[in-house]
Design a protein around this ligand. Structure first.
Ligand code: CTP
Ligand code: MG
Length: 379
């Protein structure tokens, strides 16, 4: 059986992208970019061992790999080639037959690209995915170059392990190669090109990151969640609804501030991510939540949604009671919800209805609220 190892080089600083953290750790749809790369690279089930090469000062990788089994971390160097070499050397105790070396900054590599590289290695020592140049090619002075003799080279690049180690040993100190196939070529190895993929681009500049975000969001799905809550009324001087105090001859009874509208909205949002209900997270039995502001519950649900890469799209709330009259407060309720959820006001609907004096709401024994939340979530 051919043993295949993969090295993901992630020790770069991402200077051309210019973000505050290295580009491989920017968040895309709730996950760090490199996590997308790792899952794409694991799409074949053909890989026996994974090495990730990171910078000495890396602060992110240990958290990330705690979600994966069998990934080894190796410290890289100040050039890509040095990072590749560190990865290769780390495999020398138990050398694989084949090694794939991939840029962490290419999250969209497909199974078909990987299978192509691997199958080309049956007959070849060094393989890289390549794409034809489609734009016209010119020198800086405007002289046309025949684009048919050029290819754009991507990763993962695949090698016979012993041969690429040997090639690195032969590499002269004053050469800084762009990639590993260049090292193979310089050492006199015959190289082979497999079919590249335009979507397997390297996130290099800010526009590439935008493109990556757009590509990921093509797989987003829409989820809706509903929430329903009731609180009992007693005599008093105000009720809280949607975080807005409403002066009236009642107050709502509850462990927290009893904001029945915010509770229904919180449950609706929790419903979109199947995260149980408000009682699971803020149990009434816990004295910590005594007289708590229900805004906290809503903000918790929104932040859990955001942690999963979700975004709130729309809220629709119906408050069911005879009294107080909701209409005069509707706009301030929408404004408060807009502020809390960071959602434009046009995407927030607050409605009210009575039950024609029927039932507990009709007798003003309690107020009910029901809500629908619509969100977008990554696949
Ligand atoms: N890389 C590496 N070690 C280095 C330099 C780069 O492991 N010393 C990795 C990067 O993390 C990236 C891949 O090599 O996944 C391709 O390199 P590049 O796109 O140039 O990334 P950066 O060097 O991080 O970006 P920049 O050149 O803009 O600083
Ligand atoms: Mg670089």
């Amino acid at each position: 059986m051919t043993r295949i190892a993969q090295i993901i080089v992630a020790a770069g600083k991402g200077a051309r992208l210019g973000s505050t953290i290295p580009k491989q750790y920017l968040k895309l749809a709730g996950k760090r970019l490199i996590e997308h790369t790792i899952s794409s690279m694991n799409s074949t089930n053909l890989i026996d061992e994974t090495i990730i090469v990171v910078a000495k000062e890396d602060k992110f990788i240990s958290d990330i790999i705690s979600h994966y089994k069998d990934i080894r971390i190796v410290i890289g160097g100040d050039t890509r080639a040095k990072s590749s070499l560190e990865g290769l050397l780390s495999l020398s105790k138990n050398p694989p037959d084949i090694v794939l070396i991939h840029d962490a900054a290419r999250p969209f590599v497909t199974k078909s690209t990987l299978v192509d590289v691997i199958s080309n290695l049956k007959e070849n020592t060094a393989v890289a995915p390549a794409l034809p140049v489609v734009d016209s090619l010119k020198t800086i002075d405007g002289v046309k170059i025949d684009r048919k003799s050029f290819f754009r080279i991507q990763t993962p690049q695949g090698f016979n392990y012993n041969e690429i180690i040997e090639a690195y040993n032969n590499l002269s100190e004053n050469i800084t190669p762009d990639d590993d196939i260049e090292v193979a070529k310089l050492s006199g190895i015959n190289i082979c090109y497999s079919e590249g993929d335009p979507n397997n681009f390297k996130v290099t500049y800010p526009k590439d990151f935008e493109r990556a975000k757009n590509m990921i969001s093509l797989n987003d799905y829409i989820a809706t969640g509903n929430g329903f809550d009731v609180h009992r009324l007693t005599t008093g001087d105000k009720v809280w609804l949607c975080g807005v105090p409403i002066k009236c001859e009642f107050s709502l009874i509850g462990h927290s501030d009893a904001d029945v509208a915010l509770h229904a909205l919180t449950d609706a949002i929790l419903g979109t991510i199947a995260l149980g209900d408000i009682g699971d997270h803020f149990p009434p039995s816990d004295p910590k939540w005594l007289n708590a502001s229900s805004k906290e519950f809503l903000l918790f649900a929104v932040s859990e949604l955001e942690k999963r890469g979700g975004t709130l799209q729309h809220l629709d709330l119906t408050i069911i009671c005879e009294n107080p009259k909701i209409k005069p407060y509707r706009q301030s309720m929408r404004e408060k919800l807009s502020e809390l959820c960071k959602l434009p006001i046009k995407k927030i609907s607050v409605k009210a209805t009575t039950t024609e004096k029927l039932g507990f709401t009709g007798r003003s024994e309690g107020i009910a609220a029901q809500a629908t939340a619509t969100v977008k979530l990554p696949e």
